[in-house]
Design a protein around this ligand. Structure first.
Ligand SMILES: [Zn+2]
Length: 242
């Protein structure tokens, strides 16, 4: 499988907000501005047929209306399946009400989007992929999901935003490579992991590869200055082959 870390930053970081693309057609999280960013990086938006949303913070789904409007204006009727937390459609409708009143239904009638809302612990089969969700802990934002994407016996783990919890350990244990929230430069908190959590995980699972994401500038700087053997600190649009 091919991973492109499209964005590796948090809100306020220089890097784009956290998002990644698997095999150029599964987009994990849709932060503000990511669709135009992907176009500027010369990705083919029409190839993206699956979107996975980890949780309903704005820096993870606020570009969905722009993805939908872009398809509407370009008369693009290619099917996109959106695997997302229960409640996503309600929040999307609210975003449309604020920004583009009366347009949600009009846009939905002209494009081909299928929402697969879920409450967790589902195994969703999509073509040759299996998408497994894990309930992670992200402060008061419930539900918040991590995911494991399976294909041909290989597994990519994704933490979404999460503190260090048992679900994160399960994701790392069960995956070959895991993309983990490393927002903070030292200890984590109730919402996010920090460099020291990631260091513990890398030491505990030395045969696993970890990719840090959702980094504040300070977390990136600490990790670059204190490298860990099995930890990748990606730049935006870095490609990693599994
Ligand atoms: Zn969040």
């Amino acid at each position: 499988m091919k991973i492109n870390i499209i964005g590796s930053g948090s809100i306020g970081a220089d890097a784009m907000s956290a998002s990644c693309l698997i095999d150029e057609h599964i987009l994990v999280d849709v932060p503000n501005g990511i669709i135009k960013h992907l176009k500027n990086l010369n990705y083919d938006i029409l190839k993206i047929d699956t979107i996975i949303i980890t949780h309903l913070h704005g820096d993870h789904f606020f570009d969905l209306p722009f993805l939908m409007l872009g398809k509407y204006f370009n008369h693009d009727k290619t099917l996109v399946k959106i695997i997302c937390p229960y409640g996503t459609i309600k929040k999307l409708k609210a975003l449309f009400r604020i920004g583009f009143p009366y347009d949600f239904r009009k846009v939905m009638n002209c494009i081909n989007i299928e929402f697969i809302e879920h409450k967790g612990r589902n195994n969703i089969h999509l073509g040759e992929y299996l998408i497994e969700s894990k309930n992670v802990k992200h402060g008061k934002i419930k539900p918040s999901f991590g995911y494991i994407i399976h294909k041909d016996g290989k597994k990519i783990g994704i933490s979404g935003d999460s503190c260090y919890c048992s679900a994160i350990e399960k994701i790392v244990e069960q995956s070959d490579i895991s993309i983990l929230d490393m927002s903070l430069k030292d200890e984590g908190n109730k919402s996010h992991m920090g460099y020291l959590n990631i260091k513990d995980i890398c030491n505990k699972y030395q045969n696993k590869k970890i990719i840090a994401t959702h980094m504040h500038n300070s977390a990136r700087k600490v990790a670059i200055n204190n490298p860990i053997k099995n930890l990748i600190i990606p730049n935006d649009n870095e490609e990693i082959i599994l």
